[in-house]
Ligand binder design. Sequence first.
Ligand code: C2E
Ligand code: CA
Ligand code: CA
Length: 705
Amino acid sequence: MIPATSMEPRPRDDELARSWARAIARTSYVSMSREELVTHLEQPARRLIAALAADDYDPRVPTEVGAGLVAAHFTHPSSLQRTLAVLGAQLAPAALAGQRLARLGELQGAVAAGYTQAMQDRALHEQEQIRTAVMDARAEADRARWASEARFQALFAEAAVGIGIATVDGRVIEVNRALCDMFGYSAEEMIEHVVADFVHPDDAPDVWRTYDDLATGRRDHFRMDKAYYRSDGQKIWTDLVVSLIRSQDGVPLFVVAMVEDITDRQRLQTQLRHQASHDPLTDLPNRTLFYDRLNAMLTDPPPGARVGLCYLDLDGFKAINDTFGHDVGDELLRTVAGRLAARLADDGHLVARTGGDEFVVLIGGSSGTQGLVAVAETALAAVRAPLDLDGHAIEISASLGLVERAATATTAAELMKAADTTLYWAKADGRDRWALFDTERYARDVSRYRLTSQLPEALAQGQFFLEYQPLVSLRDGTLTGVEALVRWRHPELGVLGPDQFIGLAEETGLIVALGRWVLGEACQQGQRWRVTHPHRDLLISVNLAVRQVRDPAIVTTVTEILDGSGLDPRWLQLELTESAVMATSGQPLQTLHALADLGARIAIDDFGTGYSNLAYLRDLPVGTLKLAGSFIAGLRHADRPDRVDREILSTLVRLAHTLDMTVTAEGVETADQADALRRLGCDTAQGWHYAAAGPAQSVTALLTR
Ligand code: C2E
Ligand code: CA
Ligand code: CA
């Protein structure tokens, strides 16, 4: 070995460090200032200089210096390159001088080797780091997925809502506890089934189509209320949400069903709906439900469809209620309702309670009045069966109005109005019966109603007028009097006879005012005839209705009218029917006496049609018997007269004469009748054989002749 001598120029480590620092400063990103770098490089510079000069060269020093560069993050390839260049340039003179150029080469090589090795180590380390980082990351992801799955599992298992997963062909593959509880099966039991096993027949009809749409991927979810069977056979109602799970490429895989038990809610709703449409007392359908059904039948009915209804009202229910109390009344309604429903509702008819003691049976699929009448008979029988209510044996009946017609031609309002009118007929015809709607009777009712409402106006407007029909002496054919008969010149209907409006005027009470007008008019005309024909005895006969006789003011009215017209009371005859005289005792009899006391003559009209009790009339101030036309009809043919009628008439006439009454025969139409009546001893006659009723002038003409 060659020993180092003091003559060798020895490089300065600080200069090397400075040059080195300058060369590599910008080659890599290192967070050191230039001064710090110089300081950092002084030690390796010193070690390299020492290694170059040392007698026993240690290659570990330059190797470590090379690695140190990497450790200090001078990792760019130019860092090494420049380092080697600086070392060459700075150390070459000393190496030359000490003949150690070879060692310098060796040293540079070792620096490069150390550097490269360090670089390799570092790459490996980094790879390892990345690998572990990746491993760590993967482990973390697994953990996260596991956590989310656990969360899902917990949710699925513990959810209050039932969840089931099935394959698209309906095989149940997973269910949670809530679903098991809801259906009353264990999870294992449920998984053995297919979805269809739980389906209740109360399904909405389009469920399966909807489900099919989902299973085949035409839709992704649906929601509906749906009924299922529980394991114990009970029905449950659910709010069902079904979603489809597809594979990544869109193929339907699973069906997830979220099932909420809404049986209680449904039950409450059903209960509320029931309450809104049923009568609380009888639990029958109420008005609302009845009208809903009826309107449904009348809206777009199939061709030929008919509708029939039976409107039922109990007879005398109010009296039972008042007599036995409301509890018994309620019990009665419940019993009747129960019977009607039991005997009729099963046949597809709707039995509803529409009001207090009113029920209605709506016929399902009516085929004509025959079926309707059968229903009515059944209903009548059901009501008639005796009842034992609270110890009271009660019998009750009902009246029924029946209407049956084509569904296209009517409305609910029309039907009910017709049924109401028809029910009224059943009541008016005597109760405990049915009446069937009849268009003609209804039209009559309607026109009667219209006429009734027009009566007061007609009187005020002077639409009434009188005709007079002669009363003729059977002995010599002379005119002895006239009967005043009222007519109504109706603005639209023409002249109406009294049969068309006197009854209406009696019902409404207008007869009192109308009768007063007739009396006044007849008395004035009578007085005119007295004035123009003072030597002719002419009785003015005026009809008095029952209502008029009962009017407390009648005597005053007659008095005032006689005074007003100036007619002597002995020329006035008042015609009263037997019922007006005999119906009630007391007041009318006093009235009769008072009227007779005025000086007017009293005639009994239509004798023979009512009570025909002559003995009763004996004590009354009656001057004339007017024999009803129906009696006289039997005398029409002289060759074969009705022997019995003739006997009766003969007896009547004799009795009347014994009681000082004169006898007038009404409705004398033929000469034969007139002859027969004359032979029987009748005093006066009235009828078309002599003259029909006519205007006052026609009587004036007779008087003048
Ligand atoms: P009534 O008092 O029995 O009057 C006689 C009815 O017989 C009249 O009918 C008359 O036209 C009709 N008649 C007369 N001759 C014959 C005949 O030969 N054959 C037949 N078949 N009939 C004959 P009208 O005018 O239609 O009167 C009907 C009823 O109306 C009367 O029956 C009377 O009860 C009532 N009435 C008429 N005017 C009044 C009135 O001013 N007040 C009241 N309260 N009732 C009246
Ligand atoms: Ca009369
Ligand atoms: Ca009469």
